[in-house]
Design a protein around this ligand. Structure first.
Ligand SMILES: NC(=O)c1ccc[n+]([C@@H]2O[C@H](COP(=O)([O-])OP(=O)(O)OC[C@H]3O[C@@H](n4cnc5c(N)ncnc54)[C@H](O)[C@@H]3O)[C@@H](O)[C@H]2O)c1
Length: 425
């Protein structure tokens, strides 16, 4: 089967590799010629996908990348994995999905299966994408081509995560659409989870991410309450997670990051409002999580005060700028929010992140574009008044902190044996 995957990012690229490994002919399509050229030369631009994973599939003739939408004509199935961010009013920005629909519609061959994978609110596939595809192609969904929604469950940075082993939820526009979509995914994915409609599949993905967002907010709030009581939340979580049923650990941090958890819940919130309802849990979780960077700053103030210093003019090092450990993804990272807030209080802020040698230009952090990761060593640490552990990458040598006399604000609970000058936040 020849399968096209549109959007060769954190979701689309691993999916391309998995389908090719499973024997499909894969055509990756992206607007960005740098990505398609890099792939065709056998190089990966995502840290946890090795070059060899791309090269093996190129050499086997099962993978190719292009910017040319006309090649959708060659395909039997096309999977759409483009971004679904929020706009400046925190409303869903479906422009990437809808533009993709407009770009491919004219080239849809009869009988093709089109699956949307991007995270979005219930109704997107049938109410927004379907009309664009039908109008642009003159074909009818469910009759001339098949339409489905199947959310991605990519877990970047988890070395045990394998695309083939993660069960895949699928909802079709019609029963035949579901069958056709299942036939596509059966090539590469071990367990399929069919549901009754595209809407149910869309709602499933949002439930998963809202669940995370709300539970992270809960432990973030408990962290502050327990802190006041002199109780360490990380110790409490370690103890609670020994319960073999009815509990699942979530960990506090400096705020939410990544392309999913800070964004996806607001897709549902927006849609709920259209139905005249308010998603109260989502709103409250958003408030709690968004307040975390300010809490970290308040802890920085306390830590500096103990040394007779203030944020103003202090030199502060952020350790870890990616939004989660061991990845090079810095989208929506709370590290940037903290950096900006500290700079607005006239601190001199630098960062060290082995996965982000230089801040790339992006819609979110253009202000910091070009800023470079500084060295982190026993010698350079002496230049700082305070270190904030914002993300706990495994490759960072935390013993350097212990040996230095620099105060540390640890937002991830990575240091297990505290010393004077160390503070959890
Ligand atoms: N990153 C994750 O861990 C993750 C997990 C689950 C679901 N998702 C969802 O998957 C979707 C994609 O996320 P991502 O992290 O892969 O995004 P990404 O930004 O890493 O990649 C998206 C790619 O799409 C390309 N693109 C944008 N518009 C295009 C168009 N019109 N035609 C062709 N290519 C286009 C971009 O150039 C980019 O390469 C989002 O809806 C996201 O919410 C992401």
């Amino acid at each position: 089967m020849k399968i096209g995957i549109i959007g060769l990012g954190y979701v689309g690229l691993p999916l391309c590799v998995q389908f090719a490994k499973s024997g499909a002919d894969v055509l990756g399509i992206d607007l960005d010629p740098k990505k398609t050229e890099t792939l065709n030369q056998g190089h990966s631009y995502i840290k946890h996908i090795p070059n060899t994973a791309i090269q093996d599939q190129l050499n086997a003739g099962r993978l190719e990348a292009t910017t040319d939408y006309a090649r959708v004509r060659e395909l039997e199935a096309v999977l759409i994995c483009v971004p679904t961010p929020l706009d400046e009013h925190r409303a869903p920005d479906l422009s990437f999905v809808l533009n993709t629909g407009r770009s491919i519609a004219a080239y849809l061959p009869k009988g093709i299966t089109v699956v949307l994978e991007s995270t979005t609110y219930p109704g997107t596939t049938e109410d927004e994408l379907k009309p664009i595809l039908e109008q642009g192609s003159g074909l009818k969904a469910g009759k001339d081509f098949y339409l489905a929604y199947s959310p991605e469950r990519e877990d970047p940075g988890n070395p045990d995560s394998q695309v083939a082993k993660i069960p895949k939820v699928i909802g079709g526009h019609t029963a035949t659409c579901l069958e056709k979509a299942q036939a596509v995914y059966r090539i590469a994915i071990e367990t399929l989870v069919p549901v009754s409609s595209c809407r149910a599949a869309e709602a499933t993905k949002l439930l998963e991410n809202i669940f995370r967002c709300v539970n992270i907010a809960l432990v973030n709030e408990l962290k502050i309450i327990y802190q006041e009581m002199g109780i360490d939340i990380w110790e409490v979580i370690e103890a609670a997670k020994t319960k073999p049923f009815g509990y699942m650990p979530f960990y506090p941090g400096p705020g939410l990051g990544g392309h999913c958890i800070p964004i996806d819940p607001f897709y549902l919130n927006w849609k709920a409002k259209k139905h005249g309802m308010e998603a109260r849990f989502i709103k409250l979780a958003g408030e709690v999580n968004n307040a975390m960077p300010d809490y970290v700053i308040s802890r920085c103030k306390e830590a500096l005060k103990a040394y007779g210093k203030k944020i103003h003019s202090s030199r502060i090092l952020i350790l870890g700028l990616a939004y989660k450990p061991n990845v090079d993804d810095d989208r929506e990272s709370p590290g940037y929010v903290i950096m900006k807030k500290l700079e607005s209080q006239h601190a001199i802020v630098e960062y060290h992140d082995p996965h982000i040698p230089v801040v790339r230009s992006s819609r979110e952090h253009s202000y910091f574009a070009g800023k470079m990761s500084v060295e982190f060593s026993g010698k350079t640490i002496q230049d700082y008044d305070l270190v904030i552990i914002a993300t706990a990458h495994d490759s960072i040598d935390y013993s350097i902190l212990k040996k230095s006399k620099c105060p540390v604000v640890d937002t991830r609970g990575v240091i297990d044996r505290p010393w004077s000058g160390y503070m959890r936040a």
